[in-house]
Every structure is written in structure tokens, then in C-alpha cells.
Design a protein around this ligand. Sequence first.
Ligand SMILES: Nc1nc2c(c(=O)[nH]1)N[C@H]1C(S)=C(S)[C@@H](COP(=O)(O)O)O[C@H]1N2
Ligand SMILES: [Mo]
Length: 197
Amino acid sequence: MGKYFRKPNISEKQRVPPGQHLANRFPVLTYGETPHITPQDWQLKVWGLVKEQTFAWSDILALPQSNFTADFHCVTHWSKLDVSWAGFAVSEFMQLIELQPGVTHVMQHCYGGYTTNLTLDDFLHEQSFFAHTLDGQTLPTDHGGPLRLVVPHLYAWKSGKWLNSLEFLDHEQLGFWEANGYHRRGEPWAEERYSSR
Ligand SMILES: Nc1nc2c(c(=O)[nH]1)N[C@H]1C(S)=C(S)[C@@H](COP(=O)(O)O)O[C@H]1N2
Ligand SMILES: [Mo]
């Protein structure tokens, strides 16, 4: 295992999904260029089957803020337990927006062009949250700052960094990795890594 990975102890073992190793540090995994957006320039738009709105940094900071501790599982076989974040719950964000009837899926669109899809249920999962803080510090750009989504119950490619808009849909659309052979849902305990299509 060595410098970058370690074996889980007994209490950790039941928290590490099959085929995963524990990472000592918190690796950065980005496809392509890292976009640099300041909170002043940042915005988050909701569109599709929703009343279209655009939120500024001050709007999201006005939401009730919370701390979150969550395990993080990357499909490339590393996991990090108890990552410490702060931000706001999806349930708080939902108070700001008005969905139209019939929404079943959500597409995350990120600065830089990355996309990833979720069912509405996975987006609304009680563990999902928006993060602007990591380990008590402003979320580093590499890890998705100013704002990212974190969906701990699915593989981490579902946790879009540099979130820029959320598109609400009445059908499934594939995001970047889903269209490139990754699983549509990505549940780590079922090892939903790749699509069988
Ligand atoms: N915008 C964007 N979000 C992204 C990615 C990316 O390349 N671009 N990579 C995903 C993958 S595969 C993982 S494992 C996590 C990695 O998050 P980290 O770099 O903070 O560890 O972000 C996910 N979100
Ligand atoms: Mo990943």
C-alpha cells in the first residue's frame, strides 16, 4: 500500500466499499483544465423544468449553513473517510427554487464543461449537499471551489466541481463519464463502476 494508500482498521473496514483502498491524503481528480472562478464572478443557474433563476454568491450564503462529514469514493479505487466540509443542504437550496411537475432527473453543468447526471431522488438524498468549505478552509480550486456538489452515497464523479448550473429534466440524459462508459447511477456498494451497454 505504501505512501498513498493504507489498509482500513477494523472499524473502518465496514465503511470501505468493495474494491476500494483508503487514500491517506485527499487526491484531486479532474478531467481537463481547472477553471478559476472568483465568488464575485460565480453564478448558479437553474433551468429546464424549473422556474429559471440565477443565484449569486450572496444568495447562497444567505441559506442556513451546516457542517457535513462524509466518506468519498472515487471509481478509480480510492476512498477517503470522514471528509469534513461546510456548505448547505440540498433541502435548503430547494426552498429557493420552483420545480415544474414531472421532474425525474438533474444534470449538473460545471464551469469548464464537465457534466454529470443524477436522478432527482439521488440529488434530493438526505446526504447530498453543496460545499464551499473543506477542512475549515475555503474550498480549494482543485477540489471544486467556489462551489461543488457532494453526493456521498454515489461514486465521486457524481459530485460536480465548479458547479455552474442545474438542469431539471423529465427523462435521463447522460453526463460526461456516463456517456463514456461509466455506470448511469454509480452506487459504490454495488460496484456500479461501468456501464454494461
Ligand atoms: N467539474 C468536474 N467535476 C468533477 C470532476 C471533473 O473532472 N470535473 N471529476 C469527478 C471525479 S471522477 C472525482 S473522483 C471527484 C474528485 O474530486 P476531488 O478532485 O475533490 O478529489 O470530482 C468529480 N467531479
Ligand atoms: Mo473519480
